[in-house]
Design a protein around this ligand. Structure first.
Ligand SMILES: [Zn+2]
Length: 306
């Protein structure tokens, strides 16, 4: 059973004309999920994250900065890539709140899998800083909630976005109850995620060279990353689902196709069923070419439904 968490407020975060992380991305994903194939998909509104939930992974100064920085009109710039509009605060609170609600639902056994179709994305946001289009770290807020509210001892975060999830890594690099596993292109923004960044043995980074495609991606996951995930025996599988390693994506140089996202999703679902009673929560990160994003997210969701 799969539930889709989303909210119309996530369309109201607008980083400005010409920005890659635009409202049309979410529109493309939701349109693709309206297809007959997904007719059985249950939908739920993403709630607002609470301050308490955000403070598990962010400093009070960062939370206050985001909550107070949305302009009354126009655009406010937080860093070279990251902007806020009047609708950004509600969008960011619902993007993080979706992960919390999805964790609660899989832990309650109401559903086995959840996909959070939200924006802004989250995996670059650190404890103290918005960056890389991300305001709050949605997947980290979900993981911290699973630790604090559900008392889990082993949570895996699998991040296959083409960029390194530096924020997620930084938040959890001293937290042995969270295993962070990332495949990403190197060199590429944000220039972190080397293999020798290992945290307390709970960080596994694997890099792909520009031009690498399906073969290299699958070899990396099959040979290194999935075995590490299996050995950890997670009680909950969280997924930072970025689709910007697609060959059509304008922000990076990998050559995946939408079928690769079905492939990795099937394996993460199998992992969740082996160790976590099927509990898997995925949240949308990157993906900037609309047709590729729609096809990839659709393949991801289809694999989550099967
Ligand atoms: Zn990305």
């Amino acid at each position: 059973m799969l539930r889709l968490y989303t909210h119309s407020a996530c369309m109201q975060h607008d980083p400005g004309p010409g920005h890659a992380e635009r409202p049309a991305r979410l529109q493309a994903v939701l349109q693709a999920l309206d297809h007959d194939r997904h007719a059985a998909l249950e939908r739920a509104e993403a709630p607002l994250a609470t301050r308490e939930q955000l403070l598990r992974v962010h400093s009070a100064a960062h939370v206050d900065h985001i909550l107070s920085s949305a302009p009354l009109e126009g655009i406010f710039q937080l860093d070279p890539d990251t902007f806020m509009s009047p609708g950004s605060v509600e969008a960011a609170l619902r993007a993080a709140g979706a992960a919390v609600a999805a964790v609660d639902a899989v832990m309650a056994g109401d559903i086995q899998h959840a996909f959070c179709a939200v924006r802004p994305p989250g995996h670059h946001a650190t404890r103290d800083q918005a960056m890389g289009f991300c305001l709050f770290n949605n997947i980290a807020v979900g993981a911290a909630h699973a630790l604090a509210a559900h008392g889990l001892k082993r949570i895996a975060i699998a991040d296959f976005d083409v960029h390194h999830g530096n924020g997620t890594q930084a938040i959890f690099e001293h937290e042995p109850r969270v295993l962070f596993i990332s495949s990403h292109q190197s060199p590429l923004y944000p220039d972190s995620g080397r293999e020798d960044e290992r945290g307390v043995g709970n960080i596994v980074n694997a890099t792909l060279s520009p031009g690498a495609g399906s073969y290299e991606f699958r070899e990396l996951w099959e040979g290194l990353l999935l075995p590490r995930l299996n050995a950890f025996k997670p009680q909950l599988v969280l997924v930072s689902a970025g689709f910007d390693a697609h060959r059509s994506d304008p922000l990076a140089d990998l050559k995946l196709g939408h079928e690769d996202y079905a492939w990795i999703t099937e394996r993460l679902v199998a992992l969740a069923h082996t160790h976590a009673s099927g509990r898997l929560v995925s949240t949308l990160e990157g993906g900037y070419e609309l047709a590729a994003l729609a096809a990839s997210a659709s393949a991801h969701v289809s694999a989550l439904m099967d």
